[in-house]
Ligand binder design. Structure first.
Ligand code: SAH
Ligand code: SF4
Ligand code: F3S
Length: 481
């Protein structure tokens, strides 16, 4: 079979799969109606997300199917169906899930109709499945990251089964399009442009639980964005573990910068974000496209992980301290109003206080607008977990505190540069603490709170940045006239 023909066949298979799943939604609906009669109310469901934006997007897909199947989406975990979409990037993510499962069990004892499901990255680890089978027998359904598109089918299997239903795949090359999605925000949305990761940074479990890198076709991506825009979306976030390597495995290869140029043309779309960029693959072409774009936001998340070339090598990041600094400098030179944010790991095996000094040196030079600092977490099965020179806890803590202090100081310095400016902000929600305020996001991702009401949500408005409070602003909306 020729290559082209194979792709057409795969696409057809994908569409057939979508049809199959839509039929399963119909079938699930019958069970939900039955449940409604027994319960005397519309069955409720709660989707709880752990982890990154990818998981958040996956949860919207789960919610879309649950809603079509007849459930009412709620935020509370005393719902009739609770699903945890889990993360395993660091051990504390896993511990949170185990901790909360105990509570779910006590709720289930009060509501015998309650069903509990677990899915997501943590479920791709065999040791986790063993533990749940042994110690958490009350869970009704478990599936992983590769077969999430089968959720409707698995729901039906759960209703029909006596005991726990478990379906975990080791990998997949399937991308199933056009399944229902229930967005959390009406005006903004994440969009998967690729799945998986091929980088195998030595500390990271993501390539093992999310599988190999696969890009969606530009046609499917653009069609999805156009539909979202027609439905009121003004801001999108393109999602991938390493968006800079988008398109390499497509039948007709395409660069990420080329994809961005196509997306820019979509009328009605106001803002484009993306995450995450691996420094080793960030091209000059991308910098140029960002510079000339009216829609791409002035924000780049560029994970550093470590400022020590020696540690970067051990991490398998494939750039040096000097290369990273040169890249950051080039980006700042070409796009002066851009905000650069980062991720940093402290306590990687063999890291010395001098290595931490190198990281601090990079922070001082780049001056991030924000940085997420993580304590290294040993992930079973990764090369770093087998390294002998794990760093003692007190040494890690000392390094972590030093890094955090510099991050806070430099971020305040960077963010305060905007004081007195008036910039456009997209209003996202009412402020949680003070409902007379709204919370909005600048193009460069900085948050600003100002007086306003719910009618502003989803609108882009000019805001005077009055007071800088570290990572965020208090401002005032400018009204016309
Ligand atoms: N693909 C993205 C990151 C995904 S994970 C990228 O390459 O940038 C998000 C962040 O979690 C990483 O940037 C890293 O800083 C952190 N992280 C990943 N594995 C970790 C581990 N084992 N311990 C501590 N932090 C980790
Ligand atoms: Fe993990 Fe590295 Fe892949 Fe990011 S690029 S997901 S840190 S392996
Ligand atoms: Fe966690 Fe999986 Fe994302 S491990 S960070 S939810 S890809």
């Amino acid at each position: 079979m020729s290559k082209e023909l194979t792709q057409i066949t795969n696409k057809f298979e994908g569409e057939k799969e979508t049809q199959r799943q839509l039929l399963y939604i119909e079938k699930a609906k019958e069970y939900v109606i039955g449940l409604q009669k027994e319960l005397g109310h519309k069955p409720t469901c709660c989707v709880t997300t752990f982890g990154c934006q990818m998981n958040a997007r996956d949860s919207e897909k789960l919610a879309g199917i649950l809603e079509l199947a007849g459930y009412e989406l709620v935020e509370e975990e005393d719902a009739d169906f609770v699903i945890y979409n889990t993360c395993t990037v660091r051990d504390n993510a896993n511990q949170r899930v185990y901790g909360r499962l105990g509570h779910l069990n006590s709720l289930k004892k009060k509501n015998p109709h309650k069903k509990i499901a677990l899915c997501g990255c943590m479920m791709q680890e065999p040791s986790v499945i063993e533990k749940i089978k042994k110690s958490y027998r009350f869970v009704d359904l478990i599936f992983g990251t590769h077969n999430i598109y089968k959720f409707a089918e698995l729901l039906v299997a759960m209703f029909e089964a006596d005991g726990m239903v478990i379906d975990i795949w080791e990998g997949t090359d399937q991308i199933v399009e056009d399944l229902p999605v229930e967005r959390k925000y009406p005006f903004k949305s994440g969009i998967n442009i690729m799945f998986g990761c091929n980088n195998f940074c030595s500390y990271c479990i993501v390539p093992y639980v999310r599988g190999r890198e696969r890009s969606r076709s530009p046609k499917d991506i653009i069609r999805e964005i156009e539909a979202l825009v027609a439905d009121g979306v003004v801001e999108i976030m393109l999602l991938g573990q390493n968006v800079n390597s988008y398109g390499k495995n497509l039948e007709e290869p395409m660069t990420f910068a080329e994809l961005l140029m196509e997306i820019e043309k979509i009328e009605g779309l106001e803002r484009i974000r993306f995450m995450t960029s691996h420094p080793k693959d960030l091209s000059d072409e991308l910098i140029l496209v960002m510079k000339n774009s009216k829609k791409i936001c002035r924000h780049l998340h560029l994970p550093l992980q470590s400022g020590s070339t020696r540690i970067l090598k051990e991490m398998n990041r494939r750039y040096t301290k000097e290369q990273y600094l040169a890249l950051a400098e080039k980006i700042r030179r070409e796009i002066p109003d851009i905000a650069i944010t980062t991720d940093i790991i402290v306590g990687f095996p063999g890291e010395t206080p001098e290595d931490v000094d190198e990281t601090i040196d990079v922070i001082n030079k780049v001056k991030y607008d924000n940085a997420f600092t993580f304590i290294y977490s040993k992930r079973t099965g990764t090369p770093a977990a087998a390294m002998e020179n794990q760093v003692p806890e007190e040494v890690v803590k000392e390094g972590f505190d030093r890094v955090l202090k510099v991050v806070q100081e430099t971020a305040r310095e960077r963010v305060s540069l905007m004081e007195g400016m008036t910039l456009d902000a997209l209003v996202e929600e009412l402020n949680e603490q003070d409902p007379t305020l709204v919370t909005a996001r600048l193009s460069n991702n900085t948050i600003v709170h100002f007086k306003g009401d719910a009618s502003l949500i989803g609108k882009i408005v000019p805001v005077y940045l009055k007071e800088c409070h570290g990572f965020y602003y208090l401002g005032e909306m400018l009204t016309e006239g």
